[in-house]
Design a protein around this ligand. Structure first.
Ligand code: PLP
Length: 412
C-alpha cells in the first residue's frame, strides 16, 4: 500500500526523534471504521482498546465526521475570550443530562482533575477557611500526569522521580471504608475517587464503599469528586458510573470518550461548588475548542440514537460471562474484573504483554496494564460476535505453550 510511510520508517523515527515516553507496539495504523482498524499493509484488526477508551462511538463515525467537518469549515478556534455555539450547546446538554449545574472545559483528563482540585481548594477556602486544603484519594488510583493530578495519583512509583510534589495529598487503600473514615478530617477539602480504578488494574468500587464515601463527605463537610475520565460516557453501561451506585458527586471530571477521540475534558459541578471559581481563577486556551465540542455533541447524539450505553451494558455482561467461562477452561486466569465494557483479567504465570502481542498477530488489539493484567476497552458499538472472536483468539493463546502455560507445565 503506502510505501511512503511504512512501519520501518515509523520505527526509525520513533528511535531517532521521539522522547522515550512510550513503549509502542510495532504496528502502524492508517485507518479506522467502527470497531475496526487497518494497518499500513491493509491488515484488519478488531479494536478492543479504542484509543484508551476514547472512541466510544467507534472509529470515524459518520455523524462525528460530519460534525467535525462542518465545524472546522466554519470556525476552528477563537479561545475562551468569546462565545461559540458548540461550546454553549455542549455545556447546556451536559448540565441537562447530569447532576451538574455548571461546567468548565479543558483538553484532557489530567487537566480536568487539576481544575477540580483547584476548584475544591478555592471553594473550601471561601466557605471554611484555608486550613481545609487536603485531598484524600486512593492507593492504586490514577488521575493523570501533571503535578496536581500526579500528587493525587496513588501510585508512588509514577511520582517518585519527579518530587517534590505539591503538598496536601493523602492516600488510603481503595475499598477500605475504615481507612477513609480515619483520613477525612477537618483539614480535608475533598475526597477524590474513581468509581472503577482503571489504570490501577480495573478494580470496581464496592457499592457500600462509594455510598459510605458520599455520606462521610456530607458528615465531615468535604467535597466528593468523582474521576469519571475512564468510566464516563457510557463505558460501564450507564452514562456515568456513579449512576450504578445511586449517589451524586459534588464535582465530576470527564475526558476520554467525551469527544469520541478528539481532545476534550470537562469538570462538572453543582451551583454551590462552582461558585468557587471567579473570573481569572482558571482557564485554558484550547479548552472547549469548537471542533472538539461539535464532536462531543455528535457523540452524545450517537450514544442516544444508537443506544450505545445499553449496548455497553448488554455486550459488557456477555463479555464478562465469556471471560468467566474462559477462566474455567484455560490455565492462568485468576480473576475477571470490571463492569460494562471496562473489563480486565488478571493473569498468573504469563506475561500480559506477550498475550497482547499474540492477540495483535491474530488481528485483535487489546491492552495490558503492567505484567499481569489484560484490559479491554472496546468501542461501545462492539458486538457479541466480535467478543466471541476475541475469546477464540485468547483461548488459543492461553492454551498454547508459547502464550503462557502448557498443560502440566509450570508457568514462568
Ligand atoms: C481515571 C483517569 N483519570 C485521569 C486520566 C488522565 O487522562 P489524560 O490521559 O487524558 O490526561 C486517566 C487516563 O487514563 C484516567 O484513567
Amino acid at each position: 500500500m503506502d510505501s511512503e510511510y511504512d512501519l520501518k520508517r515509523a520505527l526509525k523515527i520513533d528511535e531517532r526523534c521521539f522522547m522515550r515516553t512510550y513503549r509502542r507496539l510495532p504496528v502502524l495504523f492508517v485507518r479506522g471504521f467502527g470497531t475496526r482498524l487497518w494497518d499500513h499493509e491493509g491488515r484488519e484488526y478488531v479494536d478492543f482498546v479504542s484509543g484508551l477508551g476514547a472512541c466510544v462511538a467507534g472509529h470515524c463515525h459518520g455523524e462525528i465526521i460530519a460534525a467535525v467537518a462542518r465545524q472546522s469549515s466554519q470556525l476552528i478556534h477563537v479561545s475562551n475570550l468569546y462565545h461559540t455555539r458548540p461550546q454553549g450547546e455542549l455545556a447546556e446538554m451536559l448540565v441537562r443530562s447530569t447532576f451538574a449545574d455548571r461546567v468548565f472545559f479543558c483538553n484532557s483528563g489530567t487537566e480536568a482533575n487539576e481544575a477540580a482540585i483547584k476548584l475544591a481548594r478555592k471553594y473550601m477556602r471561601q466557605v471554611r477557611g484555608e486550613e481545609r486544603y487536603k485531598v484524600v484519594s486512593a492507593l492504586r488510583s490514577f488521575h493523570g500526569r501533571t503535578y496536581g493530578s500526579l500528587a493525587a495519583t496513588g501510585q508512588a512509583e509514577k511520582a517518585e522521580p519527579f518530587r517534590p510534589l505539591p503538598e496536601g495529598f493523602v492516600h488510603v487503600p481503595f475499598n477500605d471504608a475504615a481507612a477513609l473514615q480515619e483520613a477525612v478530617d477537618e483539614e480535608t477539602c475533598a475526597v477524590l475517587l474513581e468509581p472503577i480504578q482503571g489504570e490501577g488494574g480495573v478494580h470496581v468500587a464496592e457499592p457500600s464503599y462509594l455510598k459510605g464515601a458520599r455520606e462521610l463527605c456530607e458528615e465531615r463537610g468535604a467535597l466528593l469528586i468523582l474521576d469519571e475520565v475512564q468510566t464516563g460516557m457510557g463505558r460501564t453501561g450507564a452514562l456515568f458510573a456513579h449512576q450504578h451506585y445511586g449517589i451524586l458527586p459534588d464535582v465530576m471530571t470527564v475526558a476520554k470518550g467525551l469527544a469520541g477521540g478528539l481532545p476534550l475534558g470537562a469538570v462538572l459541578a453543582t451551583e454551590e461548588v462552582a461558585g468557587g471559581f471567579q473570573p481569572g481563577d482558571h482557564g485554558s486556551t484550547f479548552g472547549g475548542n469548537p471542533v472538539a465540542c461539535a464532536a462531543a455533541l455528535a457523540v452524545l447524539t450517537v450514544l442516544q440514537e444508537e443506544q450505545l450505553v445499553e449496548n455497553a451494558a448488554r455486550v459488557g455482561g456477555y463479555f464478562r460471562d465469556r471471560l468467566l467461562d474462559l477462566k474455567e477452561e484455560v490455565p492462568g486466569i485468576i480473576e475477571v474484573r470490571g463492569m460494562g465494557l471496562m473489563l480486565a483479567v488478571e493473569l498468573e504465570g504469563m506475561e500480559a504483554g506477550k498475550v497482547v502481542e499474540e492477540c495483535l498477530e491474530r488481528g485483535y488489539v487489546v491492552n495490558n496494564i503492567g505484567r499481569s493484567i489484560l484490559r479491554f476497552l472496546p468501542p461501545l458499538t462492539v458486538s457479541t460476535r466480535e467478543v466471541d472472536g476475541l475469546m477464540e483468539a485468547l483461548r488459543e493463546i492461553l492454551r498454547s505453550p508459547g502464550g503462557g502455560t502448557s498443560e502440566g507445565e509450570a508457568a514462568v
